[in-house]
Write a protein that binds this ligand. Structure first.
Ligand SMILES: [Zn+2]
Length: 387
């Protein structure tokens, strides 16, 4: 790889012909059209949502260095931003009045309203730019390394860079595009940021059953994302069809896995909805996020709900009462041992040899209170299991 350090390129040069695409949320070109600011392997513009774009301008005005910028030079008079896309886009957006900064008097200040000398300072600021020439693989490998600085790349952002091509470009238009009207609906089930590729990552993870990298490798040159979209929509349609209420705890659940496991079973949405409401109102459920899988699985696996257990004070007091009664009767303090026929019929268990049990099971409406608590020997408690 050949590199050349340039020290005489100014903000004015870079911003010549700057185009910011509002729809796609990215800076496109600069340097009189010779510079591609966001080549297809680059990530989305995130400085605005990270609150960092004003800092870039303030740094210039204070004369602070902006750091190194790297250009890739694929051919003569053609450049792509390898590192520095966020900074360049921030500058370009500022000089085209896309955002304002807060000045030393605490006032909002946009570029066109600035004093002449301040404008000149920005225009004349020189950037430190390395121009790099080399093979695509070499450049991308290096891109991975230099991007450790600043806001680190997320895994999916890195995969987008490494497997860039028509497939990723189309997939990003669909799943990494905040202008997509479906994003709001999807956001009920998917956690994270559209710009940081969390939605695209989920879509790929679902369709590939977890093998995102393999999927991206095999489809890299494909010019359609039909399968990806279809599968993604099937999952979303299925979830929103089974669960007609949107609860905040649904966001970020493993819907892809749940879809694979349960989409062939039939559910009655009205019944499901009634059950969701009932479980949401149950004070003994500690893990509401488990409610959805619990229902999908036929409402049997109470472990998913982390139903509140009896506390030590309750156990001790129930143990004491139960043991005193048993001693009077001359039978075991485990009520199930006491009605049995073996040697344990009169056995007195220690507290540590017993477990607390719901007399009426939680799933049948039994409360987690002393009234509904009985101590059983460990063997009998295990035998009773999850009713
Ligand atoms: Zn027992």
């Amino acid at each position: 790889m050949k590199t050349t350090l340039k020290t005489d390129i100014t903000v004015n040069d870079i911003c010549e012909g700057f185009v910011y695409n509002e729809l796609e949320g990215k800076g496109l070109f600069g340097l009189s059209g010779k510079l591609t600011i966001q080549p297809e392997y680059q990530r989305n513009y995130i400085y605005a949502e990270e609150g960092k774009e004003a800092a870039v301008i303030t740094s210039i005005l204070k004369g602070y260095p902006l750091g190194l910028i790297y250009f890739h030079k694929p051919s003569k008079d053609k450049f792509e931003v390898l590192d520095g896309q966020q900074r360049i886009t921030s500058i370009g957006r500022f000089v085209t009045d896309k955002f304002a900064i807060v000045d030393e008097n605490g006032l909002q200040q946009n570029f066109s309203g600035m004093a002449k000398d301040k404008k000149a300072k920005i225009w004349e600021t020189k950037l430190l730019i390395y121009e790099c020439e080399g093979e695509e693989s070499e450049i991308k490998d290096w891109f991975k390394t230099i991007n450790i600085a600043g806001i680190p790349l997320r895994n999916q952002e890195l995969l987008n860079a490494v497997y860039s091509g028509p497939f990723v470009t189309l997939a990003r238009e669909e799943f990494s595009n905040r202008q997509n009207a479906n994003i709001q609906k999807w956001g009920a089930y998917i956690a994270g940021s559209v710009n940081r590729q969390d939605f695209l990552e989920r879509a790929l993870e679902w369709v590939s059953r977890g093998n995102v990298e393999g999927y991206m490798t095999s489809r890299r040159k494909e010019k359609n994302i039909t399968e990806l979209k279809k599968y993604f929509n099937s999952v979303i349609d299925w979830v929103s069809g089974v669960f007609t209420d949107v609860e905040s705890e649904m966001r970020g659940l493993e819907w892809g896995r749940l879809y694979e496991e349960y989409h062939k079973k039939s559910y009655n949405p009205a019944k499901v909805s009634a059950e969701v409401h009932k479980l949401y109102g149950d004070p003994y459920i500690k893990n509401r996020r488990g409610i959805f899988e619990y229902i999908l699985g036929g409402s049997v696996d109470t472990k998913l709900l982390e139903v509140r257990v009896f506390d030590d004070a309750t156990k001790k007091s129930v143990y004491a009462t139960q043991t005193a009664k048993a001693e009077k009767k001359g039978e075991s303090n485990c009520p199930l041992c006491a009605i049995g026929r073996d040697v344990n019929k009169t056995k007195m268990w220690k507290l540590t040899e017993m477990d607390a049990d719901h007399v009426t099971a939680w799933s049948k409406g039994g409360a987690t209170s002393a009234k509904n608590c009985q101590m059983l020997c460990k063997t009998h408690n295990r035998a009773k299991g999850n009713r």
